[in-house]
Structure formats: C-alpha cells, structure tokens
Design a protein. Structure first.
Length: 315
C-alpha cells in the first residue's frame, strides 16, 4: 500500500513539473555517471550497470521528443576510459556496438527522423565499434528532425587542440588567411561537431564537474549545468524535468539582465542622440523576448516624448 502511494505521489509530482515547463533547451548534453557504482550497489559488475544505463538513455530519448528538444549528446566513452582494465572495457565496447546497430535499425529512429552521429577520436576505437558507427551514421545521415550525438573516445581538450592544429596547418599551407581565423574556422574543424551550441549539461552520480565535456559548444555558450545525485540508471523523468527547470530559470534571469542593460544603453545613447538610440534598439530587439522588446519600446517612447516636451518649452 505504501509503495502504491509513493508511486502516485511521484506521478503527480512529474505531472506538476511537466506543466511548469515553458520554453525548454534545444540541445541537452548528458554526462552519464554512476553506472559502475550502481552495479556495485546492486551486487553486480560494471557491465550490468552499463546495460542498465543504456535503458535510461532510451527513456531520455522519449522525454526529449515529448519536450520538443531537438538535439541530445550523451557522453558514452571518454578518452580517459581507455585506461580501464580490458575486462571492463571490452563488454562496454560490445554494448556500444550492439546499441548502435539496434538504434540504426529501430523503427522509431526512422519514423522520427533521428540522425545518429559519433563525436570524438573514433579512430582509436576497435574496428567492430567503428563499423557500427559507420552503419548507424550512414543509415540516418539524411535525417534532420532530431540529432543524437554519441561521444565516443571523446576529450574536449584534445578536440580543441586538434582543431587549433588544423587551423595552423591551413594558415601555413596558404589555404586560410590568419585574418580569417574566427569562430567558424574552429567550428568547421571540430571532430563530429554538434549542429548547435549546448544549452544545458546534466551530470548524474553526485560529482559537480563537467569533466572536459564539450568545452567549445557548452562553456563557450555559457550553458546551464544541472548536477544531481542519482546514478545514471536511477535517473528519472522528475530529475530530467528539474534539470529543464534549472535551464529555464537561468534563461529567465538572463533575459531580465539583458533587458535592464538594453534599456540602460538606450537611455544613455538617447541623452545625446535619439536617432542613434533607435538604431541601437533595433539591433538589441533581436536578442530580447517579446516582453523585453516592449519594455525597450516604451523607453524609446519616453525618450521621444521627453525630447518633444523639451522642444516645446524652447519655443
């Protein structure tokens, strides 16, 4: 009876959280930590935890579809994971291989237009895993409704270093001018780059660090970060919705800050030249919400009325 009551309370809480979600993130990245600790807690071995974690990943794909999230990146295997013993590493490679084939052949993937891509130094992976990657990528390459990026043999520092080296080579070979080295030049050279910047990083398992994960696309975009204590196999929809709420709260705070700064800037410029203030405002409106843009317009109207009143007194 008590267990039934708890389930009902949990379901009610999830429904409540679901109703509070407004404009969620476009791209979520997840550090799936705690699989091994979960397995030990359950009396099993590391492969048992990774298999349980793979089931959670499939649930997250469903939640992303429900919330309209368009891109998900999961940290499946880092460059540091190569140091793990073979008896742990090989079953993980087996699991990754089988899941890639399974996903690539799943009806839901093709019905929903899901594109699967690997992110990382995939040339370091065993042949069988690389073949599975090629199969999944080729089967889904034409899709663009949803992107699933699987970070394999991934290390953010190495990714940035390789991109920088490619830029230097291009400049040295005369293929790229030093003056043309910009954000796009780096973006084009990131291995298996995600389509979009990351809006939200989630890490399970209790550690509060982002572990060299997508530094260019997440830190460069000042992504929101949500840390939680459940091990990855225990990660629930309520946890996921709380992470989305964290992102939304951060975005709301940023919108308020942007609005205050935009109004202050327009007010400052308007003290010298109203025409210039209107030009600045036009550029700022693109970065503001509809409500914030209205507030900016109201400030311009006040400035314009003040100028008119001042002119009337002068006459």
């Amino acid at each position: 009876m008590l267990r039934w009551v708890r389930r009902q309370v949990r379901r009610a809480y999830v429904r409540h959280l679901d109703r509070t979600i407004d404009d969620g993130p476009t791209h979520v990245a997840i550090i799936q930590d705690g699989n091994r600790r979960y397995a030990r807690q359950q009396g099993g071995d590391a492969p048992d935890g990774h298999r349980a974690g793979a089931e959670t990943t499939e649930q997250v794909l469903d939640w992303c579809r429900e919330l309209g999230i368009e891109e998900l990146t999961v940290y499946a295997f880092s460059t540091e994971n190569f140091s793990r013993p073979p008896e742990e590493r090989e079953p993980l490679f087996d699991l990754i291989e089988s899941k890639l084939y399974e996903l690539a052949d799943a009806d839901r993937v093709h019905e929903e237009g899901m594109r699967i891509r690997a992110v990382g130094e995939t040339e370091r992976l065993p042949d069988r895993v690389r073949e599975a990657i090629d199969y999944a990528e080729s089967r889904t390459r034409a899709y663009d409704s949803f992107n699933l990026n699987v970070a394999l043999a991934y290390g953010g520092r190495a990714e940035l270093l390789n991109a920088a080296r490619d830029v230097l080579r291009a400049v040295a070979d005369g293929d790229l001018s030093a003056a043309d080295v910009d954000v796009d030049a780096i973006d084009d050279r990131l291995s298996g780059q995600p389509v979009r910047d990351v809006d939200l990083i989630i890490r399970t398992g209790g550690d509060e660090r982002t572990s060299n994960f997508l530094p260019w696309h997440a830190n460069g975009n000042e992504a929101a970060v949500f840390f939680c204590t459940p091990y990855w196999p225990e990660f629930s929809k309520a946890d996921f919705l709380r992470a989305i709420r964290t992102y939304e709260s951060r975005e709301e705070s940023w919108r308020d800050t942007r609005t205050e700064r935009a109004v202050a800037l327009v007010r400052s410029v308007a003290e010298t030249e109203l025409v210039e203030a209107r030009t600045v405002a036009g550029r700022l409106r693109e970065q503001l919400s509809a409500a914030a843009a209205s507030e900016l317009n109201a400030e311009l109207e006040r400035q314009g009325q003040s100028e008119t009143d001042a002119g009337g007194y002068a006459d």
